[in-house]
Design a protein around this ligand. Structure first.
Ligand SMILES: C[S@@+](CC[C@H](N)C(=O)[O-])C[C@H]1O[C@@H](n2cnc3c(N)ncnc32)[C@H](O)[C@@H]1O
Length: 152
């Protein structure tokens, strides 16, 4: 598998995704609590610059936007992102972008973000590329920044 390949067709799942996470009590058990927990451990104050990788329909990104953070949400799925963009409305802190390989090539400078977060997405990159991805996340994270993720 190439580094840019998605492991699941999220474009075709986008319309059902939010219903699925609310009703799947195995894979997405206590989904809302999980996202709240990530926000609790990676706390923000207004204008904190957060990167959410594999932002999907924006459920984690929205939590940070609601707290006044500036949120860059990256995702390879145009349709998942369209849901997130709709939810964010005209929030000036939202920057939600399609990126082909958002764990591996984060199109931002070194030391740019105060926090890097991700939920239910890291497993979509091949195992052999995970270390490179961690380096890439650290590259864009300011020294002393915070980092939190949830994986299944
Ligand atoms: C299960 S959803 C999680 C969405 C959101 N983070 C959440 O917690 O609801 C996984 C997301 O990862 C994205 N994705 C798929 N392959 C990816 C990759 N290689 N790098 C980053 N994100 C990817 C999908 O498009 C999808 O939006």
């Amino acid at each position: 598998m190439g580094e840019n390949e998605k492991t699941w067709d999220f474009d075709s799942w986008a319309d059902q995704y939010d219903e699925a996470v609310a009703s799947d009590f195995q894979l997405y058990a206590r989904y809302d609590e999980v996202l709240d927990f990530v926000v609790e451990i990676v706390n923000v104050i207004p204008r904190t610059r957060v990167l959410d990788i594999g932002t999907g329909t924006g459920n984690l990104a929205l939590r940070y936007l609601d707290r006044g953070a500036t949120v860059v949400g990256l995702d390879p799925s145009r349709k998942m992102l369209a849901k997130a963009i709709k939810k964010a409305g005209d929030n000036p802190g939202a920057e939600l972008r399609k990126v082909v390989a958002p764990f591996l090539h984060i199109p931002y400078p070194d030391d740019y973000f105060d926090a890097v977060v991700s939920t239910y997405a890291f497993h979509h990159i091949p195992h052999r590329l995970k270390l490179s991805s961690v380096y890439e996340m650290i590259r864009v994270l300011k020294p002393g920044g915070t980092w939190g993720y949830w994986e299944i």
